[in-house]
Ligand binder design. Structure first.
Ligand code: UDP
Length: 511
């Protein structure tokens, strides 16, 4: 497919790390597979993050210097949307303000129209497609206006996305009497419990702010030409089947969109250029982190992180810390102020047991850690995660099993899939209301990290298998047989080119 045709793709990611990172990874894949120019548009802060990530990646920085990957800032004023000054990313927001950012993101429609108008005028034809976030369904209007196509990219997995979309569109729990209920689009045997719904969904009735944001945006996204998913066909057969049936659209599983260096390092070699995929500064130097890991036995370290924008409540934090001490296992824990405190503020030692950090059983990393390097290190044995899709894929690609603590978005659905379909996860608790006890932390940590026998061994084996499937989907076997995700990318590009040819045929001959 390399260098197949000239064309321009405009990308419109949502304003959150968990969306920007896979969008950039998707841009990298398209850049490698085609000769297209790619413009990623977002607010200036997010463009700065993307620019910093690109600068650290030799393949992307050369593409940028050759203008094949362009970053365009769109005007955005957080104050007019009831957000704190200069808030352009979900990371800086307390939970209850995230909805303001979601609603504010629709304000990017007008500058996106201008951007596409500008490209169309300069190049004499519209971009070959717009790739928009599933939360930016409005991009379909931009595509329709310029007679091109919009493709929705869900940065989640197939199962999690299908559940999320179906739950928001149908609010099935509202008509169910029992605690367990069916999810429209899924087989009867796949059921959800109310506790697997985020409080916002549980309370949604179609007239609340969340429904008013999600229902129209998802509805618009279902008008797209097709959907791209950051997953591989082989690891999510059920999710892919349901997503295709539910959207009634072509769905191309082109992922998971991991940095290539994560895929081809051996257990003894250390992958390079992983640390800055987000463009954010880490709370620890990479060298210090790796040296600490080097001193730990193989598969002995528990890595703990709740992603780019979530945290836990103060009681949960205290119990987690005590349980870790009881387990005696080494850990790396990315700490942020607990719920109720400024997420960007200083971390206070009173939130942890007295002397916890000084006892040096584990490494406490403030704010942001070099997650990919940690997960690729042979000393890492398990990941206590909020089950964000990127984190899940990063972990499983390295054969690292997961202790689930889903907190928001589609994370409970990812966790459910990883427990029931993949068998690589066990849930410690759910949400910020979930009970966590030091005893349970110790029990589950030991169960998962004791990977020589029983449940821990089974989870490790299954995680290793998923890692192999991910790698196979993303590799070319001696140039002959393409992995399924590479093939899906080719199919996507072919579909775009055919649609473009079709459009050109329909133009009046004078054009
Ligand atoms: N991440 C990181 N360091 C951290 C926390 C997160 O590098 O300390 C990265 C992580 O590798 C992943 C992304 O941020 O690529 C988080 O995305 P995910 O989908 O897991 O969760 P979200 O932040 O969207 O909830």
């Amino acid at each position: 497919m390399g260098g197949c045709s000239e064309g321009h793709i405009v990308m419109l990611p949502f304003m959150a790390q968990g969306h920007l990172i896979p969008f950039l990874a998707l841009a990298r894949r398209i850049h490698q597979a085609t000769a297209f120019t790619i413009t990623i548009a977002n607010t200036s802060l997010n463009i700065a993050y993307l620019s910093s990530s690109i600068a650290k990646d030799p393949t992307l920085s050369s593409a940028q210097s050759h203008h094949r990957i362009r970053l365009v800032p769109l005007p955005f004023n957080s104050l007019v949307h009831g957000l704190p000054p200069n808030t352009e990313n979900s990371e800086a927001l307390p939970f209850h303000k995230i909805i303001n950012l979601c609603r504010a993101s629709a304000a990017l429609e007008a500058p996106s129209m201008e951007l596409v108008a500008d490209i169309t005028a300069k190049e004499g034809r519209p971009p070959i497609c717009i790739i928009s976030d599933v939360f930016h369904g409005w991009a379909n209007r931009v595509a329709e206006r310029f007679q091109t196509v919009n493709v929705t990219f869900t940065t989640g997995g197939a199962y999690g996305t299908a559940t999320y979309v179906s739950v928001w569109q149908n609010l099935p729990h509202r008509s169910a009497e029992a605690d367990e209920f069916q999810i429209p689009g899924f087989p009867d045997s796949t059921r959800l419990r109310r506790s697997q719904l985020h409080q916002f969904v549980r309370e949604a009735d179609g007239n609340d702010l969340w429904s008013q944001f999600f229902q129209p945006q998802i509805g618009l996204s279902l008008r797209s030409f097709g959907w791209l998913v950051s997953t591989a066909e082989e690891i999510e057969p059920l999710g892919m089947e349901v997503l295709r049936k539910y959207t009634k659209l072509p769905v191309w599983p082109v992922g998971p969109l991991l940095p290539p260096a994560m895929l081809n390092h051996s257990s003894s070699s250390r992958p390079k250029n992983l640390g800055r995929h987000s463009g954010r500064e880490s709370g620890i130097s990479l060298q210090e982190c790796l040296e600490w890991l080097d001193l730990r036995p193989e598969s002995s370290v528990l890595y703990i992180s709740f992603g780019s924008q979530n945290t836990i409540n103060p009681t949960q934090m205290m119990e987690l810390a005590k349980g870790l001490e009881d387990s005696g296992r080494p850990f790396i824990w990315v700490i942020r102020p607990p719920f109720g405190f400024n997420p960007e503020g200083e971390f206070r030692s009173e939130w942890l047991p007295e002397g916890f950090e000084e006892r040096r059983q584990g490494l406490l990393v403030r704010g942001w850690a070099p997650q990919l390097d940690i997960l690729c290190h042979k000393s890492t044995g398990a990941f206590l995660s909020h089950c964000g899709w990127n984190s899940a894929m990063e972990s499983l690609s390295q054969g690292v099993p997961i202790i689930g603590w889903p907190l928001a978005a589609e994370q409970t659905f990812n966790s459910k899939m990883m427990v029931e379909e993949m068998g690589v996860c066990i849930e410690l608790t759910r949400g910020m209301q979930g009970t966590v006890t030091r005893e349970e932390v110790k029990r589950i940590t030991e169960l998962v990290m004791d990977n020589k026998e029983g449940k821990g061994e089974e989870m490790k084996r299954k995680a290793t298998k998923i890692g192999e499937l991910i790698k196979a989907a993303l590799t070319e076997d001696g140039g002959h047989q393409k992995g399924s995700s590479l093939q899906a990318m080719d199919d996507f590009i072919s579909a775009l080119l055919s649609a473009q040819t079709q459009r050109q045929k329909q133009l009046p001959s004078s054009n």
